[in-house]
Design a protein around this ligand. Structure first.
Ligand code: SAH
Length: 421
């Protein structure tokens, strides 16, 4: 979501004749697009601001946008007096106001609706992977999560607006569409005739576009995986065989305290249904270790589910208490030391799953999407249908973005392959 927001901000500022620079000292306008989901992300913003205020041009405008802006509000100006603007995730389209009136202190952390989508200029070029937000905010209120506070209550964008963005992206070079939302599979929009549109309708319509070859969506809430959506994995080959469906913990007792769906069997049923319509599908998850009151036995159940589902490409985090959340004030907070030990154990298991899956890909042929040149400058990086990076030796400026690649080698982090001519 933040990558997308960053692209929209860049596009909007280009309309004002601005160009991007990598060098803070050259910039006339400096924007930090921020994440508040864990304390570490917020801390990083303030340490970056501390650095930037010393290196920037005196006349340069400095601002933060996104969730830390929303979380800090006017306090941000007190902490960093050099800040010119603080704009929440639903109001970054107001950045031009500060260019027009640079002496003001601009603060807007309203949640309101999704007006920004109407006010931002249309994108005139598209990256090969086009992110399209379809809903924002979340009503689930997981007790650890700051997102309902920072991004607000769930709002789905009008179906026709999403389709317009999708067609625009397809016409401008997109090959993959990634639908975005904090609760993406909860997308529901009823038009003025009373017709209800769901995520499966968006996927079906997108798959009709010949320019689009790959479709995915993130992040999903397990119990919103309705049968119409599961069935799409069986009927729509453009939908990638890979789904991020976070479980967070394997312990029903902890899931209840997290205010998450706590029926592990119901979760496994969804995985089973997905595998029955799409046998090659792989699932990834997000995990939180060290949630308040998590015992060794609860944690053991998390390891068990990770072993059983054999998740790939997963994310795991130490629980981080966040303001405005119920879990932050729960009793029996877990020590950092225990969190670190549990994270290490879980990561070892997830890495082993990942390595095993990557190894199992050796010998397979996959259609992969070109991403760019790697850090060495000597290799091309592609993304497999499972979002694994796949490295191919050599470079080619004119390479067409979709290539059939035979996987020749693998390790935990990536694959190697050869283009099949
Ligand atoms: N559905 C949301 C999730 C975003 S946060 C979205 O797509 O916007 C991504 C992951 O961060 C969550 O799935 C969860 O595993 C983790 N997370 C959220 N709050 C956290 C906290 N307080 N401490 C640690 N991890 C957290």
């Amino acid at each position: 979501m933040n990558v997308y927001d960053g692209q929209r901000i860049t596009n909007m500022l280009e309309k004002f004749g601005m160009i991007q620079t990598d060098n803070v000292a050259d910039a006339d306008l400096i924007i930090l697009n921020t994440c508040a989901v864990r304390a570490k992300a917020t801390d990083k913003v303030y340490s970056a601001l501390g650095r930037i205020r010393r290196t920037k041009k005196k006349s340069a405008l400095l601002g933060i946008v996104g969730c830390v802006a929303r979380e800090s509000g006017a306090d941000a100006f007190k902490r960093i007096p050099e800040l010119n603007f603080v704009l929440g995730p639903q109001s970054y389209h107001k950045i031009p106001d500060i260019i027009k009136n640079p002496d003001a202190k601009l603060l807007n952390i309203d949640l309101g609706g999704l007006e920004k989508f109407d006010e931002l200029p249309q994108m005139t070029k598209s990256p090969t992977v086009a992110y399209i937000p379809i809903q924002e905010g979340c009503n689930h209120c997981c007790t650890y999560c700051i997102v309902p506070y920072t991004r607000g209550r769930e709002l789905s964008r009008p179906y026709n607006d999403v389709i317009k963005d999708m067609i625009n992206a397809a016409n401008n070079g997109a090959i993959e569409i990634c639908f975005l939302g904090q609760n993406v599979n909860g997308y529901k929009y009823t038009d003025s005739d009373g017709k209800l549109y769901k995520l499966s309708d968006l996927i079906r319509e997108t798959a009709k576009r010949p320019e689009i070859h790959r479709i995915r969506f993130t992040s999903s809430y397990p119990t919103e995986m309705s049968d119409d959506l599961i069935d799409m994995f069986g009927t729509e080959p453009k939908l990638l065989p890979f789904l991020n469906m976070p479980i967070q913990s394997g312990s029903p007792r902890i899931l209840k305290k997290m205010n998450r769906p706590d029926d592990i069997n119901a979760y496994k049923t969804i995985v089973h249904k997905l595998k029955s319509v799409r046998p090659d599908i792989q699932i990834s998850s997000d995990f939180i270790v060290g949630f308040p009151d998590e015992t060794d036995d609860d944690f053991e159940q998390t390891l068990n589910i990770a072993r059983e589902i054999k998740y790939i490409n997963s994310y795991s985090f130490k629980y981080s208490p966040r303001p405005h959340t119920a879990a932050a004030i729960m009793p029996n907070q877990i020590s950092e030391q225990i969190k670190s030990v549990r994270l290490y154990k879980l990561d070892s298991l997830l890495n082993e799953n990942q390595r095993e899956f990557n190894m199992s890909c050796i010998g397979r042929e996959m259609i992969c999407l070109y991403e760019g040149i790697d850090k060495t400058g000597n290799n091309m990086v592609f993304r497999t249908p499972y979002m694994q990076p796949c490295i191919v030796q050599g470079t080619d400026d004119k390479i067409s973005p979709l290539q059939k690649i035979k996987i020749t080698d693998a390790n935990k982090a990536s694959l190697r392959g050869e283009i099949i001519k």
